[in-house]
Design a protein around this ligand. Structure first.
Ligand code: MN
Length: 135
């Protein structure tokens, strides 16, 4: 499978963060100049684990959706369905996950918002039974 979805090249298998993902993803770092911007491609059923973008000040993450169908969910809230053109602003300190729908590839740009001592805390996987309830 070498096809790219959306305007940016798919990149290589996401080995850097594979341990924090369920399923297969691909990562193409588009730039590290000033902002960290990565093109993340999720195959169907692939999603990342619950995680929190921490920062003392500022921080968080912005997702710009470019192709396919996916999901974003904050802890304790219903999942939000995502399509091309959707923007997700994730404040620092919010526990969440993002990934593909069951039946579709999904691609977003992930932009790290600069922050003081910014870091990501990776938590437990999304429970299969919860994910599988999503349409
Ligand atoms: Mn995130």
């Amino acid at each position: 499978m070498s096809e790219s979805f959306g305007p940016f090249a798919r990149g290589a298998a996401n080995t850097t963060y594979a341990q924090y993902f369920t399923g297969q993803s691909y990562l193409n770092m588009l730039t590290k100049d000033g902002l960290l911007i990565g093109n993340v491609t999720f195959e169907p059923e692939c999603r990342n684990h619950w995680h929190i973008h921490h920062a003392g000040k500022g921080g968080g993450q912005i997702l710009l959706c470019t192709a396919g169908r996916g999901w974003y969910q904050e802890w304790g809230k219903p999942a939000r369905e995502l399509h091309k053109g959707d923007v997700v602003v994730i404040p620092a300190g919010i526990k969440h996950w993002h990934g593909a729908a069951k039946d579709r590839w999904f691609v977003h740009l992930a932009i790290e918002i600069p922050g003081e001592n910014a870091r990501t805390e990776w938590l437990e996987p999304v429970i299969d039974a919860d994910y599988n309830q999503l349409p």
